[in-house]
Ligand binder design. Structure first.
Ligand SMILES: NC(=O)c1ccc[n+]([C@@H]2O[C@H](COP(=O)([O-])OP(=O)(O)OC[C@H]3O[C@@H](n4cnc5c(N)ncnc54)[C@H](OP(=O)(O)O)[C@@H]3O)[C@@H](O)[C@H]2O)c1
Length: 277
């Protein structure tokens, strides 16, 4: 049995469908199972990671758990991640945590959760994807309403990754033994600047879309509202600013784990064209 937290999210939903299609028994966690909309045959249980004890009744027979962390707040991570990791490790021998390259900074919430998992006594693997291509769904409202995307740092070159590639690597780390102790830095196959990402969306929906640069102050107000975390908004903007001069890292880890190259951004846009129509 594989336990999947974040099962209704961008990566978890793909992971559940991959595992279910392979006939792996899956127990999906949601705070609201009735609304989960997961494939038939998947067991869906109610639990909340901010109430670690709520996980405990669902761990019988689980041999591997996929863990996401649902908050960007380092204080919350420090308070709750050790208990979540210990609760899992008491019954589950392997934890695969969806982390990020930012875990290199020990005081980031990703770093705090990684340490909690390491100290839990379970075997572990950490997935550190670069930006999710799915983050660009944030442009969908603007694109449905017109031909211009206003956003900061059009020249930021990102190696955005398709959620299906992350989920395939997660499935491998959960079900095969070669990834224990790995910190997999995962990325798309190449960097694409944000302005070009917008044009790529335009191509798949048959429209000519344009970029309009949003000043940083305005972007900060927008992102702080969206994330509910002003410090995290600053960090995101600093990241994009840095990627203008120094493109984000590209790795071949998806290919070495899955046997196929990481899907390009244009493929992601084609797979999600309807979200922009
Ligand atoms: N976006 C990026 O560029 C990026 C890059 C690297 C790493 N990451 C990491 O990826 C993770 C998010 O993954 P995602 O994008 O696949 O998720 P997502 O689409 O943001 O969905 C959030 C998921 O978390 C669940 N969730 C929210 N609060 C919860 C709680 N209190 N207890 C239990 N479950 C809760 C939700 O399930 P229910 O609503 O059904 O309960 C949902 O399945 C984050 O930790 C993020 O740091 C993101």
């Amino acid at each position: 049995m594989i336990l999947v937290t974040g099962a209704t999210g961008t990566v978890g939903r793909e992971l559940v469908s991959i595992l279910a299609a392979r006939g792996e028994p899956v127990r999906a966690v949601s705070r609201n199972p009735a609304a989960a909309g997961l494939p038939a045959g998947v067991e869906v249980v109610a639990a909340d990671l901010t109430e670690p004890a709520s996980l405990a009744p669902h761990l019988t027979g689980v041999h591997a758990a996929f863990l996401i962390w649902p908050s960007t707040d380092p204080v919350l991570a420090r308070r709750l991640a050790p208990e979540v990791a210990r609760t899992l490790a008491a019954r589950v021998p392997r934890i695969v945590y969806l982390s990020a390259p930012g875990a290199e900074q020990p005081e980031s919430f990703w770093g705090i959760v990684e340490r909690a998992v390491e100290e839990s006594g379970a075997d572990w693997a950490f997935l550190r994807p670069t930006g999710f291509a799915a983050n660009t769904l944030a442009w969908a409202d603007q694109i449905r309403a017109g031909d211009v995307v206003r956003w900061p740092y059009g020249g930021a070159a990102r190696s955005l990754i398709h959620e299906r590639d992350i989920a395939e690597v997660a499935a491998a780390a959960l079900t095969t033994d070669g990834h224990l102790g790995a910190r997999h830095l995962l990325s798309g196959p190449a960097t694409v600047i944000q302005e070009e990402q917008v044009r790529a969306i335009g191509r798949v929906i048959g429209r000519e879309l344009r970029w309009a640069e949003m000043p940083r102050d305005e972007a900060h107000a927008m992102l702080a509202g969206a994330f509910g975390d002003a410090a995290f908004a600053d960090a995101a903007l600093d990241g994009w600013a840095a990627f203008v001069d120094r493109p984000e890292q590209v790795t071949t880890t998806v290919e070495s784990v899955t046997g196929h190259p990481a899907r390009p951004y244009g493929q992601w846009a084609a797979d999600h064209a309807d979200a922009f129509r």
